[in-house]
Design a protein. Structure first.
Length: 394
């Protein structure tokens, strides 16, 4: 079964990667694609997702800096204050000058400064209240990929992304939870809690094929299928083919603006470690919209089997994202999320609550106060309160 799945995905990928772009009446390249979200809201996030090029741009440089002041003021292992920061700089350009129409190339580097609060103060090895806290201070390759649209016509689009990138740019992304700072609202904890998946603080190598039925003059596709072959464990970026493999597939349905439903399955194997596989469901829906104000709800559930004794096997989260909670501040956001994780092998439950408010100070500067309550960190530690203030500059 495992070999048949890999062979099937490989049979789809390799013709797409090696064949020249197909001729099409529509030669326009859509904006650099990141995973679709249910809302038109676009608050800042620290994830490894480059900003899109517009129709007039052939080249774009970008950068952003995020810093977290984190106060662990109750529970966990100890109380205390730490500081985390991440800086990203990169370039995105169209490949027309290289003889590759309908293509985009991206390259970026990332520097991290970490206070190791989750390890030293919270005592939690599965989730982190600050999703920009790396494992150590360092400078790494963040992204380096080639995205090619092989076929682009009304009702059928085929594209690939090949290189180094964050897995959550294409899979397991709940857009309306993107402003929450706890790492559990990012890539599925059933992955990050059981192996070193391709995501912050170090992305791995892979290839993703995307097929969708996007109509003409529309950036949103009602139906999308994504298939991925990704580096399994990202212990090193220099040996991507010797660290196991992650096979992943996701289907997306967007029946209307403001709604997105996703289902996915995955399997990670190799690297001398036990195989692990899992699946997930995600739903986002607009609950209210009037003028600048909108409220979007989200829910996500996932499960895994074959987990290690230090991992987890079930996860559930839900919440809402409220744009313009104050009528006179249309670019502010209030996001609230709840989550629960079942740990292996004890079956203990770790729960969390988070509320975040994003304040737009200027077109490129945002301030985000954030409060989190974590019940039973690591399954057996005292309940913890964590307060974070994030500064985002782009």
């Amino acid at each position: 079964m495992h070999h048949r799945l890999a062979a099937l995905i490989g049979a789809i990928f390799w013709p797409l990667c090696l064949a020249p772009p197909l001729a099409s009446a529509d030669t326009a390249l859509p904006a650099l694609e990141v995973n679709a979200t249910a809302s038109d809201a676009n608050p800042p996030i620290a994830a490894s997702q480059p900003p899109p090029l517009n129709e007039t741009q052939a080249l774009s440089f970008y950068s952003h800096w995020d810093s977290d002041a984190v106060n662990y003021f109750s529970g966990g292992l100890n109380t205390g204050f730490i500081y985390n920061s991440v800086a990203v700089g990169g370039v995105t350009f169209k490949g027309d000058a290289l003889g590759l129409p309908r293509s985009i190339f991206n390259f970026s580097v990332m520097g991290t400064r970490t206070g190791l609060g989750a390890e030293k103060l919270l005592g939690d090895s599965l989730i982190n209240p600050s999703n920009i806290e790396g494992s150590r201070n360092r400078l790494v390759l963040d992204t380096a990929f080639w995205q090619q649209n092989w076929l682009s016509q009304p009702g059928l689009n085929i594209a690939t992304r090949t290189g180094v990138f964050d897995l959550s740019a294409d899979f397991i992304n709940t857009g309306n939870a993107g402003q929450l700072l706890n790492s559990s609202f990012g890539l599925d904890p059933n992955m990050t809690g059981n192996f070193t998946a391709s995501t912050f603080p170090q992305n791995g190598t892979g290839v993703v094929a995307t097929l969708d039925n996007r109509p003409a003059f529309n950036d949103t596709a009602p139906l999308t299928l994504k298939l991925g072959l990704i580096q399994g464990d990202v212990n090193s970026q220099t040996q991507p083919f010797n660290q196991g493999v992650l096979n992943i597939a996701e289907g997306q349905w967007q029946p209307e603006a403001g709604s997105a439903y996703k289902i996915g399955v995955w399997q990670k194997r190799g690297n001398g470690l036990p195989d692990i596989h899992g699946g997930y469901l995600s739903a986002e829906h607009n609950l209210f919209a009037q003028g600048a104000q909108s409220i979007d709800g989200f829910i996500r559930a996932s499960a895994a089997r074959g987990s290690t004794s230090l991992g987890l096997n079930r996860y559930l989260s839900a919440g809402f994202n409220w744009q313009a909670p104050l009528a006179n501040r249309p670019d502010d956001y209030l996001t609230v999320g709840f989550g629960g994780l079942q740990l292996q092998p004890t079956g203990q439950i770790e729960r969390l609550f988070e509320a975040a408010y994003i304040i737009k100070l200027s077109p490129r500067i945002y301030l985000q106060p954030d409060i989190q309550y974590i019940q039973h960190p690591n399954g057996n530690l005292p309940n913890a309160w964590v307060c974070i203030v994030r500064l985002h500059i782009e």
